[in-house]
Every structure is written in structure tokens, then in C-alpha cells.
Design a protein around this ligand. Structure first.
Ligand code: HEC
Length: 162
């Protein structure tokens, strides 16, 4: 991790994501899928997305565990962001692109179907979490949050270096 203050790092990542997002929109409009020529760009895109997943997910975790007061509006907004990010995070893994900075294992591209399946499971669980967050039912939120957390681990374990 860098020594930059957290919010500056998130700012920088957000700018990158917005740029990448605009590129995706432009490419979608022309009927193409995103391919990133530079390995660094693919790694930065997926690390930026995962970093944001971690940011929102840990704030939700603090609320679920009572370390932070539960705020239904913030919690729901974070769930919305998780839905967006989880539906999009596969883009940084399209092709086998690795750099020294990357913690992704090459097994991802050897077992791409399984990897994609795990990404889909993450997205589906984020959608469920979004639904229960809207209903503000704490028991359902707790169990759904835990299941979402399990989808992180089930992918990190086989596919991410520590
Ligand atoms: C389908 C696979 C998959 C799922 C699901 C997944 N991750 Fe990841 N995550 C990865 C991989 C692979 C990396 C390493 C990327 C790299 O370094 O190139 C990563 C990296 C990260 C990082 C480090 C980002 C950085 O700054 O470099 C964080 C934080 C993270 N994930 C959090 C989460 C959380 C929280 C969840 C669940 C809510 C989650 N991830 C779900 C595959 C996944």
C-alpha cells in the first residue's frame, strides 16, 4: 500500500475509474468490448475497482458489527456502489495481464470459467444485499453481508496472492 492519505488515493482511483468508465461507454456505443493494451492499465483498473469494493464493504462491515452507527441511507448507497462495482470488476481480468504490482494469480486465466462464476456469485450476492438494505431489516442485512463476505474469500483464496 502507498503512504498517500487514504482519501487522496481514493480520489486518484476515482479519476482513473471515471476515465476507464468513459472509455467503456465509448466502446460500448461503438459495439466493442474493452481491451487494455498496457498490462499496467489492466492491473490498475482491477486494483482500483477492488480497492473501492474494499472501501465500501469495510464501511458496511463497521455498521453491521456496530463499530459505526448504522445509517440506513449510507448503507444502502454503499450497497448500490457494490452492485455497480461487482457488475463491472470482470473488465480488468479480460485477458491474462500481470505486472510485478499485481497480486492476481495466473490460475485466473487457466480456470477462467470458475473465476467468472465466482465474480458472478459476488454480483448476485451484492444484489441481494442491496435489496435487504432497502428494507432496513438488520437480521437479513447481517446474514446477507456475511454471505457477500464469503464470496470475497472464495475468490481471493484460489486466485489472489497475499
Ligand atoms: C472473482 C474474484 C474476486 C472477488 C469475488 C473479489 N475479489 Fe478482491 N481481488 C481479486 C483479485 C484477483 C485481486 C488482486 C488484483 C491484482 O492485484 O491484480 C483482488 C484484490 C483486492 C483488494 C486489493 C486492491 C488493491 O488496492 O490492490 C481488495 C481490498 C479486495 N480485493 C477486496 C475485495 C472484497 C472486500 C471483496 C468482496 C466484497 C472482493 N475483493 C471480491 C479477486 C476478487
Amino acid at each position: 500500500m502507498s503512504s498517500e492519505p487514504q482519501n487522496e488515493r481514493v480520489d486518484k482511483l476515482m479519476r482513473k475509474i471515471i476515465c476507464a468508465g468513459l472509455a467503456v461507454l465509448a466502446l460500448n456505443a461503438s459495439g466493442h468490448t474493452l481491451t487494455l493494451d498496457k498490462d499496467e492499465d489492466a492491473v490498475e483498473l482491477r486494483q482500483a475497482q477492488m480497492h473501492l469494493v474494499g472501501t465500501y464493504f469495510s464501511e458496511m462491515g463497521a455498521m453491521v458489527k456496530g463499530k459505526k452507527p448504522y445509517d440506513a441511507v449510507t448503507f444502502s448507497a454503499n450497497a448500490d456502489r457494490l452492485v455497480a462495482l461487482s457488475g463491472w470488476a470482470h473488465e480488468g481480468f479480460t485477458q491474462k495481464q500481470l505486472t510485478r504490482d499485481s497480486k492476481a494469480k495466473s490460475e485466473i486465466w487457466e480456470k477462467k470459467m470458475d473465476f467468472d462464476h465466482k465474480m458472478k456469485a459476488f454480483h448476485e450476492q451484492a444484489l441481494k444485499l442491496q435489496q435487504v438494505a432497502e428494507k432496513r431489516d438488520m437480521d437479513a442485512i447481517k446474514s446477507s453481508f456475511k454471505k457477500a463476505g464469503d464470496t470475497c474469500g472464495s475468490c481471493h483464496k484460489p486466485y489472489k496472492n497475499k
